[in-house]
Write a protein that binds this ligand. Sequence first.
Ligand code: SME
Length: 155
Amino acid sequence: MTFEQLKPQVEKIVSNKSNLLKLNDCLLQICELLEANIPYYNWVGFYFKNGDKNELKLNAYVGEPTDHNIIPFGKGICGQVAVSNQNFVVPDVSAQDNYIACSITVKAEIVIPIFVNGENIGQIDIDSNTTDPFTEEDERFLEFVCHQVASMFQN
Ligand code: SME
């Protein structure tokens, strides 16, 4: 399925939040949608700032369970995005020093921050078992997804 075909499906999940679904259910449905339809998205999850702490906490995800439910700001790819506020595309995780391995099958990773009222509240994290799979199209699509997720925090 193409990104353009997936966009309305993401919007549909998000629009259900107000009447039918809780936030966490929406997030899980988005993870499931993306993992099922993009062959090189092999682990899809959302991390959010854990209250007042300078750490991320894992929320909904699809893929292998991970030990890294909590990630301190600055640690790993996710922790770096929490402080940089920038997209982080990693074509080859073995070339990264500050990387937290979750599975030996993972070759690449992309993390896109989620902003609500200009504040970085969390991120979508995607692992791929394929080396160098992500393009600018993935970034634009995942920015769209993060924008949709942000809208659920504003209503
Ligand atoms: N690899 C991430 C840790 C989270 S797992 O990918 C689920 C990182 O380096 O931050």
